[in-house]
Design a protein around this ligand. Structure first.
Ligand code: UN1
Length: 514
């Protein structure tokens, strides 16, 4: 079969085997926990086995990470940045194989698999530059002959718990920034995608080894979130847990890590909407919305889930979407002509089907798709047609994030304020967009009374954000920020310093204490 030949080649380049140790402590690969079989959603076939971590393995990794941190934090930040730059070079060399592995393991189209590795390369370049820009402010002291400034120091061990949908990019956003900040990272990848994690870890380990970097700076533990992930969450040696995934688990992590006063970066569910006003260019909107809703088979946290359309353009836009949806090519994601591959597993298909029946029960109409695809062209049980549904924003199902290609069409009347009200009337707040050629509408949307999301775009879709600015969202999306801008600050501890060079004791606030 096409895919098994391809797999063999990819495995060879990425040093993967039929059975793989799922734990890396910076020096050795091992695994003493459960053995799991990883399957590909492309055809439901087994790819390889992974030996996961147990509690003892976890402790071994954390001990190494603790020791590595003591040395790593002493290396000047720009030198740490140089290591991350070299990681970017190594990723460039392995881009094709790694992109293919992403596609094989979780099913996104090859274009998107390669795009994801590109996102890793981009963040390496960015983090390298950032390593020379870990700026702290200084200010004037109210006391004569005193100097005040702030410094940013490395934090310690960072736990990265990533999601299956961006199995490698999410790790790299956290790892690269954390490394230049002087932290060490322990990665717990999503259960359906351990092979991409093992491959990345091997690429990274080689770079670290070549530079004689303390072993344990970047480590890996595979296993179930509720077992191995929770070891990280409850462990006060882990100063920051960066979690990408569902709101439900995010709440659990916030509680557990919060209880021990650890830090978190939470990047949770989205329920992203696009507003189409009367002045919108409908073709442009439809094209962007199609990528946003169908890309990664609707399994991005930034996936477009709702379109809020002004009533006078509703019919025209609806027709356009029906036409576009009718032309979506579905199948083996290795095929360059395919726009949509399979969902990640059969459980995701079941969740989509359940959501579709709830839509109908709650009064919605499925106007396109939503079927399971079977037959020779669609082996393994994970292929579906993307669905379009006409709904009201008040339905309980519409307020939830269903991680599947279901796009809700919602009609609005009156001014853009009404559309914004509908858009914001969900618990999540990740990404949003407006299509308009009216400057005033666009400014209202971007104003403090506008979109309540962490990302708000004009004449652009909700997904496909660049790494240069901060990524994340508000409300039930968790409030965390990753990637660019000043997101690095979450990976460091801040220290305020005051230096007295007056040779006398001067108290602030004018206090006399003689
Ligand atoms: C995610 O789905 O968890 O903006 C992240 C985007 C990508 C990242 C998505 N750059 O769609």
């Amino acid at each position: 079969m096409y895919i098994s030949d391809e797999i063999k080649k990819v495995f060879k380049v990425l040093d993967l085997h039929d059975v793989n140790d799922g734990v890396f402590d910076g020096e050795a690969w091992f695994g003493s926990g459960k053995v799991i079989e990883v399957t590909s959603p492309i055809n439901g076939r087994a790819l390889a086995k992974v030996i996961q971590a147990n509690k003892e393995d976890y402790d071994r990794v954390i001990k190494r990470a603790e020791a590595a941190f003591v040395e790593w934090r002493q290396i000047p930040a720009p030198k740490r940045g140089e290591i991350v730059r070299q990681l970017g070079v190594a990723l460039r060399e392995k881009k094709e194989a790694l992109g293919k592995l992403v596609t094989i393991e979780m099913g996104k189209s090859i274009q998107e698999g390669l795009g994801e590795v590109q996102e890793m390369i981009d963040i390496c370049d960015y983090a390298c530059g950032q390593s020379r820009m870990l700026y702290g402010v200084q200010t004037h002291s109210e006391r004569a002959r005193h100097r005040m400034y702030e410094q940013w120091h490395p934090l310690g061990i960072v736990g990265i718990i990533s999601a299956f949908n961006f199995p490698v990019a999410v790790w790299s956003w956290n790892l690269t920034i954390a490394l230049v900040c002087g932290d060490v990272c322990v990665w717990k990848p999503a259960s359906p995608a351990p092979l991409t994690a093992i491959a990345c870890q091997k690429i990274g380990a080689k770079v670290l080894q070549q530079n004689n970097i303390p072993k344990g700076v970047s480590t890996l533990i595979t296993g179930k979130g509720s077992e191995i992930g929770d070891l990280l969450n409850y462990d006060s040696r882990v100063r920051l847990v960066s979690y990408t995934g569902s709101t439900k688990l995010g709440k659990h992590i916030a509680k557990v890590v919060g209880e021990r006063l650890g830090k978190t970066i939470l990047e949770l569910g989205g329920n992203n909407a696009i507003i189409i006003t009367q002045s919108a260019e409908l073709e442009l909107a439809a094209k962007n919305i199609l990528f946003g809703a169908v890309g990664t088979a609707g399994q991005r946290c930034t996936t477009t889930r709702r379109v809020i359309i002004e009533e006078s353009v509703y019919e025209k836009f609806r027709e356009l979407m029906l036409d576009y949806y009718g032309r979506v090519t579905i199948g083996n994601p290795f095929d360059e002509n395919i726009l949509m591959g399979p969902l990640v597993n059969t459980a995701a298909v079941d969740a989509m089907m359940k959501a579709l029946s709830e839509i109908k029960e709650q009064g919605g109409r499925i106007i396109f798709g939503g079927e399971k695809l079977t037959g020779e062209k669609y082996p393994g049980g994970c292929y579906v047609t993307p669905a379009l549904a006409e709904v009201d924003n008040s339905y309980p199902i519409v307020k939830e994030e269903t991680f599947a290609p279901i796009l809700y069409l919602i009609k609005y009347k009156g001014g853009v304020e009404n559309a914004i009200r509908i858009q914001n009337d969900v618990p999540q707040g990740l990404s949003s967009g407006i299509f308009t050629n009216d400057l005033i509408e666009s400014e209202i949307f971007l104003s403090h009374a506008g979109s309540d999301c962490g990302i708000a775009n004009v004449n652009l879709g909700t997904s496909g954000a660049e790494i240069g600015l901060a990524f994340g969202g508000e409300k039930e999306t968790g409030g965390g920020r990753e990637s660019g801008s000043d997101a690095w600050k979450a990976y460091m501890r801040r220290q305020t310093n005051t230096i007295n060079w007056s040779r006398s004791t001067v108290l602030a606030q004018g206090i006399k204490f003689d």
